[in-house]
Design a binder for this molecule. Structure first.
Ligand SMILES: C[S@@+](CC[C@H](N)C(=O)[O-])C[C@H]1O[C@@H](n2cnc3c(N)ncnc32)[C@H](O)[C@@H]1O
Length: 208
């Protein structure tokens, strides 16, 4: 099996009729993975020996991009609420890189509920608190986009608790600015962010 196979499998394997890659947002999976690695490298948040936690790891796009870089004793832990994605990561990544481990988090999600098979045999955890608290780096790409203000606040607290002192968190957020507002209203986003436009929490400083 070539290194490129995993990127192809992300596109050909399906869950509820969608490719695994489309379940987690689509695009070119290899390019998305490479971008996440470039970002953490650019800000100096990772070394080849880092212990990395990826919250909302999806089908392992970041993990696959970092697999050749993070050699033991480096560790990578991925967590997601969709057990089938975790099983894919375990089958395709952990099998080749035993220092990469993946867990399914028991957590409700309005948006992803139809993808969550509670009976799936996998490595479940009930809370992120079950994980170590000495990670050098916590990443979460396109995770906060799917959390409301309350869930995002408690997730930020959890990120903080999983880090060692001096560790890094590299998190991506959806920015509501005039461009994204116009795009939402024009229906150019696959995810319906419309509710966010009306809430105080998300109103930009300009008040528009
Ligand atoms: C847009 S996808 C991004 C996946 C991955 N970070 C990437 O960039 O390829 C968001 C992921 O977050 C997961 N997710 C949503 N809510 C979560 C939560 N509370 N805890 C952990 N994962 C969550 C979803 O199942 C989904 O796989």
């Amino acid at each position: 099996m070539t290194e490129d196979t995993i990127w192809r499998l992300m596109v050909t394997e399906t869950l509820n009729g969608l490719s695994l890659n489309d379940v987690v947002g689509g695009g070119d999976p290899k390019a998305v993975g490479a971008l996440s690695r470039e970002v953490v490298e650019a800000v100096g948040a990772i070394t080849p020996r880092s212990k990395v936690l990826d919250i909302g790891c999806g089908c392992g796009r970041s993990a696959a991009a970092m697999a050749s870089f993070l050699r033991p004793p480096a560790q990578f832990v991925g967590v997601d609420i969709i057990p089938d994605l975790i099983n894919f990561c375990r089958r395709e990544i952990t099998s080749r890189h035993p220092n990469f481990n993946f867990f399914a988090l028991r957590q409700e999600s309005e948006q992803y509920q139809s993808f969550i098979n509670r009976d799936s045999p996998t490595q479940w955890i009930d809370s992120l608190s079950a994980l170590d608290d000495d990670f050098d780096l916590v990443i979460a790409f396109s995770l906060f986009t799917h959390l409301d203000a309350v869930a995002a606040t408690s997730m930020l607290d959890m990120v903080w608790r999983r880090l060692r002192e001096g560790g890094y968190a590299v998190l991506s957020f959806f920015v509501l600015n005039p461009f994204s507002r116009r795009s939402i209203l024009a229906g150019r986003w696959r995810t319906a962010f419309l509710p966010a436009l009306g809430t105080e929490d998300f109103r930009p400083a300009t008040g528009r």
